[in-house]
Design a protein around this ligand. Structure first.
Ligand code: ADP
Length: 158
């Protein structure tokens, strides 16, 4: 059984994340989306709201499970019996940060490998922070997020 974890803040989930989820889910037997609950940061959506949105938008992908976690990714990966961590790479700017984490995680947890999926070019500009900024100014975000997330963002900023 090949189990992978796709960790992130997903505040909120975007079409770029969904593209990575669909592609990763085809490569593994089971994909756990790990929603990071970082108690030192105040996200726009609570961990519960982020988990609910992800569960709803991924409900038709049978081998995907959504959970939230706190603390170290390596501990969550072991808890999930996973050996693969999935991350998306959009641009060179993502690379240095990702490389540092992938290498340090492998020292702490040698059975774990990080698998990078290069973003689909149509989503290479897209980030949750861009989406939040547009939404906060009542901008059109229909090309960035699924309809459910668009609705939740409108409710948040209304
Ligand atoms: P984090 O705070 O861990 O960066 P994010 O929710 O911003 O969490 O992103 C989670 C993962 O998804 C990261 O690996 C990030 O590079 C990737 N990702 C974010 N946006 C996109 C996108 N538009 N296309 C592909 N991958 C993306």
């Amino acid at each position: 059984m090949r189990i992978a974890v796709y960790p992130g803040s997903f505040d909120p989930v975007t079409n770029g994340h969904i593209d990575i989820i669909k592609r990763a889910a085809k490569m593994v037997d089971h994909l756990v989306i790990g929603v990071l609950h970082n108690s030192s940061k105040t996200p726009l959506f609570s961990a519960e709201e982020r988990v609910n949105m992800l569960s709803e938008v991924c409900k038709d992908i049978p081998n995907v499970e959504v959970r939230y976690f706190e603390g170290l990714l390596v501990d969550f990966v072991v808890e999930c019996n996973a050996t693969i961590v999935v991350r998306g790479l959009r641009a060179v700017t993502d690379f240095e940060y990702e490389l540092q984490w992938a290498q340090s995680n492998r020292i702490v947890c040698p059975q774990m490998d990080t698998m990078f999926l290069v973003t689909n070019v149509q989503y290479s500009y897209l980030s949750s922070s861009v989406v939040r900024e547009y939404a906060s100014h009542n901008g059109d975000i229909s090309a960035f997020v699924p309809p459910l997330v668009e609705k939740r963002l409108k409710e948040k900023f209304s």
